[in-house]
Design a binder for this molecule. Structure first.
Ligand code: PLP
Length: 384
């Protein structure tokens, strides 16, 4: 860990984003904030206290769920992933809600909970994502198993959309929704009426009210990022109010050396960059170990004094180099924005994702958990 590289989190932005997403959602629908993978790289310990209006939280693993309990989260916490059969006891003890898609889980839960308080489970239905979830034709056997299991309560039913972010054609999503509704009917016919029905990601929550049921799950939008260009475009074309999402995260560092290299000098491993003029180089103490992807070498820009400076040479494990020849008054330990805004210039997660040939989700999620996260009030910020 180095305090020369850090993350600043806008204290007001997460709540603002939740309110923006909520605008298109009926008041009685619960809001489940997805804070898996260290709150999408933002820092779960810093972000969760900023989400005072979330009704539920969702994470992937048991360990993440236990961490939420450890930091004092009393609200319902849903585990989206698989909990090892041998650790179901820990999940039940912490009153974490389980997403269930294996019969072995139900059988094991009924054994550990005999006589104890109820374990609340959410049955995940496979509607076309080909990921976790039980096939619709397996519903009768699963429901029977749940009904026979002592101390196991079917609290929720869920599914997940496969192809809502990637296209402007929502036929596939609507087919998934139809399959899900039919599955719900089948469950209800067997005498179960679980109160928490949920299907959405941010894109579905923003675009399709018919997917909301009793709870929306939203991750990326809470962090002020759009799931995709297509989602933004669809929201814009709908002419309803478009959520005004504010990115929560700024990624910063400081220049640790400045020097002028003569024309024709090589920069970085592999000598992949060669100066074509006398070049003022700033060395940055950030590298791929921090989550600054190696593909950004010779490709990305950073912001220095409100201007773009190109990354030159390859990204090293802990270091990168930038060209600041055209930026006046750069000093030792000058602040540098890797991702975020400085004045009128911005390097968005989407821009960086374009450079790294990935998506904004991966850019933020892979920021090293070892970097310091500071919560700042937007009004006190030096820049932006
Ligand atoms: C990650 C995840 C979400 C959140 O998706 P966003 O696109 O980030 O809003 C919702 N549901 C499930 C099951 C997920 O795994």
């Amino acid at each position: 860990m180095s305090n020369l590289v850090w993350i600043e989190l806008d204290a007001q932005a997460p709540d603002h984003n939740m309110n923006e997403i909520r605008k298109g959602v009926q008041r009685d629908v619960l809001f489940c904030a997805v804070v898996k993978s260290n709150a999408y790289g933002h820092g779960v310990r810093q972000v969760v206290p900023l989400l005072k209006n979330a009704d539920w939280f969702a994470v992937n693993s048991l360990e993440e769920g236990l961490e939420l309990r450890e930091i004092g989260v009393k609200k319902p916490v849903l585990l989206l992933g698989h909990v090892p059969i041998s650790q179901l006891h820990d999940a039940a003890k912490a009153e974490l809600r389980l997403t269930v898609f294996n019969r072995e889980t139900i059988a094991a839960l009924s054994k550990i909970k005999a006589g104890g308080p109820q374990v609340r489970i959410h049955l995940k239905i496979e509607t076309g994502t080909g990921r976790q979830g039980i096939l619709p034709e397996q519903i009768p056997e699963y429901i029977r198993e749940i009904q026979d299991a002592d101390g196991v309560m079917l609290e929720g039913v869920s599914t997940h959309f496969a192809n809502i972010e990637d296209t402007l054609n929502y036929d596939y999503s609507h087919r998934q929704l139809t399959t899900f509704k039919k599955a719900l009917e089948d469950i209800q016919k067997m005498g179960e009426n679980p109160p928490i029905i949920h299907t959405t990601c941010t894109a579905a929550a923003v675009l399709f009210p018919e997917t909301h049921f009793s709870m929306i799950r939203a991750g990326i939008g809470v962090y002020g990022l759009w799931p995709s260009r297509e989602t933004f475009l669809s929201a814009t074309m709908r002419e309803k109010s478009v959520p005004d999402l504010k990115p929560v995260l700024t990624w910063k560092t400081r220049a640790i050396q400045l020097k002028s290299l003569p024309e024709g000098s090589f920069v970085g491993y592999g000598c992949s960059y060669r100066t074509t003029r006398k070049t003022r180089v700033a060395v940055l103490p950030i590298g791929y170990a921090d989550g600054y992807d190696r593909s950004l070498g010779n490709t990305a820009y950073v912001l220095v004094n409100g201007k773009r400076a190109p990354v030159i040479g390859r990204i090293c494990m802990n270091l990168s180099m930038i060209d600041v020849t055209d930026i006046p008054k750069v000093t030792l330990e000058n602040e540098v924005v890797i991702l975020g805004r400085w004045g009128n210039e911005v390097i968005s997660a989407e821009t960086m994702a374009g450079w790294a040939q990935t998506i904004n989700y991966e850019i933020v999620t892979r920021i090293s958990p070892f970097l310091e996260r500071k919560v700042v009030n937007s009004k006190d910020r030096a820049q932006g």
